[in-house]
Design a protein around this ligand. Structure first.
Ligand SMILES: *[C@@H]1O[C@H](CO)[C@@H](O)[C@H](O)[C@H]1NC(C)=O
Ligand SMILES: *[C@@H]1O[C@H](CO)[C@@H](O)[C@H](O)[C@H]1NC(C)=O
Ligand SMILES: *[C@@H]1O[C@H](CO)[C@@H](O)[C@H](O)[C@H]1NC(C)=O
Ligand SMILES: *[C@@H]1O[C@H](CO)[C@@H](O)[C@H](O)[C@H]1NC(C)=O
Ligand SMILES: *[C@@H]1O[C@H](CO)[C@@H](O)[C@H](O)[C@H]1NC(C)=O
Ligand SMILES: *[C@@H]1O[C@H](CO)[C@@H](O)[C@H](O)[C@H]1NC(C)=O
Ligand SMILES: *[C@@H]1O[C@H](CO)[C@@H](O)[C@H](O)[C@H]1NC(C)=O
Length: 408
């Protein structure tokens, strides 16, 4: 209806636009000797791309409007744009020449729309965007796709040779075809929303092997089955975010073999257990074994988050046994259920502290151990323990934050 008016009676469209849309705020400032001219049209009720803005704008914020379609040549008169946000509209159609003229664009944000990855990404759509660095199209699939198998429009993406950052949704059983090999400069890959069920050895095989950061968090709608070689395509990763994905800590630890002996800055494995885990293979209450730790043990890891994983105990030389403990800076064990109650656990902790010379954070809070026996009596519990060990813990000199609170 709207497009009909736009195409046939432009004058009437202008009237509509004046009635429904307030003017945009235009500001100019210098940034690193570059002139930034911003048109902020955020939340003004626009139903199409406004055409009366200054032609030399470099930043255009159209987020939070009511734009449903990007028509051909919508931006042809804004060829200096390097930042464009169309986030939080109701976009569901992009015409073939929607981005015509945007050869300087570096940042494109279309998050929080309803662009269906399967149908709306025409092979030509991104052709003008040869300088795009950052593309955000996450949170566009509103609910779990009914068909698992999902072919991503790889031929549309393949022209984005300079892309470094990509954020998008991931379907239950995604297929990232050969076109993704074109994204040779991709450094950071974020998936959100996540409906993933199968993470296979071939899932990421067509992405750049230079990837530095992978975010695959909050995949908690399905049990996520992970093949052992899932991360083999990414040998250079230094930041891994799997938090709140139902993949189970056992599987997450089992795919770290590509990083044997390497450095990982962030390994976020917080909350990988879900109420659906209750079998022997993937128990809800987990005892960490040396076998599970065999890859992680060798990694020089700086920030490690193992919070909320239902860990009730750990074997000798497992959880606290690292080949390079001097790498560890921040360690989080929050919300598990294991104790340093017995001699051996306490001894391992002491040895660990002696060796982790760079440790700044050790977070072992909210651990409901022995709730029935020592209900809420933190001092009694720890007092007893120290008494049994009859010993003193030497904390690393580097330690800035020791959180032992809420141990009940
Ligand atoms: C737009 O600019 C006007 C005048 O500078 C200012 O009062 C107003 O708060 C701005 N609106 C927004 C949404 O930033
Ligand atoms: C536009 O204004 C909104 C507030 O109305 C602000 O949140 C947003 O960051 C601004 N966009 C840009 C690109 O400055
Ligand atoms: C947009 O351009 C394409 C390619 O030229 C054309 O097929 C399509 O009909 C155009 N869309 C409209 C609404 O004119
Ligand atoms: C861009 O500007 C030219 C010249 O003023 C005009 O003919 C054309 O319609 C404009 N494009 C759009 C999409 O409004
Ligand atoms: C352009 O967008 C990116 C990503 O949203 C942002 O970090 C950057 O500050 C923006 N630049 C300008 C000049 O608004
Ligand atoms: C990756 O590309 C190859 C061609 O080089 C293709 O055979 C394969 O199926 C692609 N992988 C996926 C998961 O689509
Ligand atoms: C830890 O270091 C302290 C002081 O250097 C030493 O007395 C203690 O024996 C060490 N403990 C362990 C378990 O290595």
């Amino acid at each position: 209806m709207y497009n009909y008016i736009y195409q046939t009676v432009p004058g009437f469209f202008m009237l509509l636009y004046l009635v429904y849309a307030q003017e945009c705020n235009i500001t100019v400032h210098d940034h690193l000797s570059e002139k930034i001219k911003t048109a902020n049209c955020s939340k003004r009720g626009f139903r199409g791309v406004p055409q009366t803005l200054p032609r030399d704008i470099t930043v255009l914020d159209l987020s939070g409007n009511k734009i449903r379609r990007i028509s051909n040549y919508s931006f042809e008169n804004y060829s200096l744009l390097h930042n464009l946000s169309l986030a939080k509209n109701t976009l569901h159609i992009m015409e073939e020449h929607a981005f015509y003229g945007l050869t300087r664009l570096k940042f494109l944000n279309m998050a929080d729309n309803i662009l269906n990855l399967k149908y709306v990404y025409n092979e030509e759509i991104f052709l003008p965007l040869q300088n795009l660095i950052n593309l955000d199209i996450r949170r566009n699939i509103p609910s779990q796709p009914t068909v698992d198998l999902y072919h991503y429009p790889d031929q549309a993406f393949t022209v984005l040779k300079k892309l470094e950052f990509l954020a998008l949704d991931i379907a239950p059983n995604p297929i990232f075809g050969i076109g993704f090999q074109g994204l040779k400069n991709l450094k950071s890959l974020t998936f959100e929303f996540c409906f993933l069920k199968y993470l296979r050895g071939c899932t990421f095989e067509n992405f750049s092997s230079n990837l530095d950061e992978l975010k695959l968090s909050r995949c908690h709608l399905n049990f996520l089955e992970v093949e052992k070689n899932a991360l083999v395509p990414f040998p250079k990763i230094t930041k891994i975010h799997f938090e709140e994905s139902c993949m189970h800590l056992k599987q997450a630890l089992n795919i770290l073999s590509p990083y044997n002996g390497k450095t990982i800055e962030i390994l976020n494995l917080r909350g990988l257990n879900c109420p659906i885990f209750n079998n022997n293979e993937y128990p809800f209450s987990l005892k960490v074994t040396a076998g599970m730790m065999r890859y992680l043990k060798t990694v020089c890891v700086e920030t490690l988050d193992l919070s909320d994983n239902g860990i009730v105990d750990f074997e000798e030389n497992s959880l606290l046994s690292f080949d390079r403990p001097e790498c560890l800076k921040h360690l989080y064990f929050k919300g598990n259920r294991f104790a340093f109650a017995y001699g051996r656990h306490m001894d391992e902790l002491k040895t660990f502290f002696n060796k982790s010379v760079a440790l700044k954070t050790f977070d072992y809070s909210y651990i409901p151990v022995r709730y029935k026996l020592y209900a809420n009596d933190y001092r009694q519990y720890y007092g007893k323990d120290y008494h049994v060990s009859n010993n003193v813990i030497y904390l690393p000199r580097s330690l800035e934050k020791l959180v032992l609170g809420n141990v009940v």
